[in-house]
Design a protein around this ligand. Structure first.
Ligand SMILES: Cc1ncc(COP(=O)(O)O)c(C=O)c1O
Length: 397
């Protein structure tokens, strides 16, 4: 590179990534092919619109790229083009959720004073900011109602969620998480959505790779819409896609319009190509093995930490993700200290609130762990046993 400053920083970051144990649940390590597509000349092309319907000329090639990404996304999740529509253009998860809500949930109408309502999991229970958190636009532009986990089980209490949904009558229920370790019962969420007449939107950003690899249940038989980022367990570039069930409600048309002209201009065709590469990679038998190993590793890590006396939220995990209570009501250490102690020893995690956290998001009671990146590096169960011991020693030092 001619730009020596940036070249040096890229090398520094490569070195940092190689030298640490990465337990950030939302990160992964992409293939060289994904990187090649990202760094390709596709980045030079402006392509506002959709394949065959663009505002600019010269889209013969990028139309093929985008159509290939769509076809691969459908194949990966075993969906038929006649039943599901895919928009592969969203630049990331948050704007994808935002665009979808603008399409499907009414905004404040000054004439009638009516405002649509979104129902999602509370941030401290494991939901994402874009699931109606009051500080997010999704909690400002729309009314928002948030459900919490059952206090005894630290898991979703479907009866409580149903009662809340029937009382609150949201227009859309978003189910999915950013820090919930368990399997979500999508069938029950479908019943809840039907009981209150809401749209069921599944945000599978975290577990999409596990669904693709057959290590987590698929939300597609039950959802109206599904959004996923492509950069977490799916091991693709930083990007997002939206799947929309095709039916008479024509959500597909509304969502396409919400993306462009609603929210975006030109899609990032280099990233769409990189996402297509990752979809092909995730459809291979090796990826099935990978996804299963991710979950096995997380289960072992959770169990070992538990054996060493740590409080693991919900008593374990069914996914790649573990939520660990390091504070333990004053018997341990705050999540922020835990995260910085581990980082000093080369183990990267993020501090995280835990259900019913009394300490606040900037100095919470726990940390979130994930096994996607280290499983990509080939780590197995025995490595998780050693890692748990190492973490315990560091945290108690
Ligand atoms: C469940 C969920 N949805 C949406 C997002 C937002 O994705 P992005 O960071 O790409 O905006 C995240 C990211 O952490 C997430 O975990």
């Amino acid at each position: 590179m001619k730009d020596k400053q940036i070249e040096k920083l890229i090398k520094e970051e490569e070195k940092r990534q190689k030298s640490v144990v990465n337990l950030i649940a939302s990160e992964n390590i992409v293939s060289e092919d994904v990187l090649k597509a990202l760094g390709s000349k596709l980045t030079n092309k402006y392509a506002e619109g959709y394949p065959g319907r663009r505002y600019y000329g010269g889209n013969q090639v990028v139309d093929k790229v985008e159509n290939l990404a769509i076809a691969r996304a459908l194949k990966l999740f075993k969906l038929k083009m006649t039943d599901w529509h895919v928009n592969v253009q969203p630049l990331s998860g948050s704007p994808a959720n935002f665009a979808l809500y603008t399409a499907l949930v009414p905004m404040f109408d000054p004439k009638t004073s009516k405002q649509g309502k979104i129902m999602g999991m509370k941030l401290s229970s494991g939901g994402h900011l874009t699931h109606g958190y009051p500080g997010s636009m999704t909690g400002k532009i729309w009314k928002s109602v948030q459900f919490e986990l059952g206090k005894d089980t630290e898991m979703i209490n479907y009866e409580d969620v149903k009662k809340l949904a029937i009382t609150e009558k949201p227009d859309l229920i978003v189910c999915g998480f950013t820090a919930y370790p368990r399997v979500v019962d999508f069938k029950k969420f479908r019943e809840i959505a039907d009981a209150c007449g809401a749209i069921l939107h599944v945000d599978m950003s975290h577990f999409a790779g596990l669904v693709a690899g057959g290590a987590y249940p698929s939300p597609f038989p039950y959802a109206d819409t599904v959004m996923t980022t492509t950069h977490k367990s799916l091991r693709g570039p930083r990007h997002a896609i939206i799947f929309v069930k095709k039916d008479t409600r024509e959500f597909d048309k509304k969502i396409d319009k919400a993306i462009i002209p609603g929210l975006y201009g030109g899609p990032h065709e280099n990233t769409i190509a990189a996402a297509a590469v990752s979809f092909l990679e995730a459809s291979k038998p090796e990826f099935k093995k990978y996804a299963k190993q991710v979950v096995k590793n997380a289960k072992v890590l959770a169990k070992e930490l538990q054996k060493l006396g740590w409080h693991i939220i919900s008593g374990g995990t069914d996914s790649h993700l573990i939520l660990m209570d390091t504070w333990m009501e004053g018997k341990g250490i705050p999540g922020k200290d835990a995260s910085s102690k581990l980082e000093k020893a080369g183990i990267i995690v993020n501090m995280n609130t835990i259900p019913g956290d009394t300490r606040g998001p900037m100095d919470p009671s726990g940390i979130r762990l994930g096994t996607c990146a280290e499983t990509t590096r080939g780590k197995k169960e025995k490595d998780m046993v050693a890692l748990a011991k190492k973490m315990d020693k560091i945290l108690r030092s």
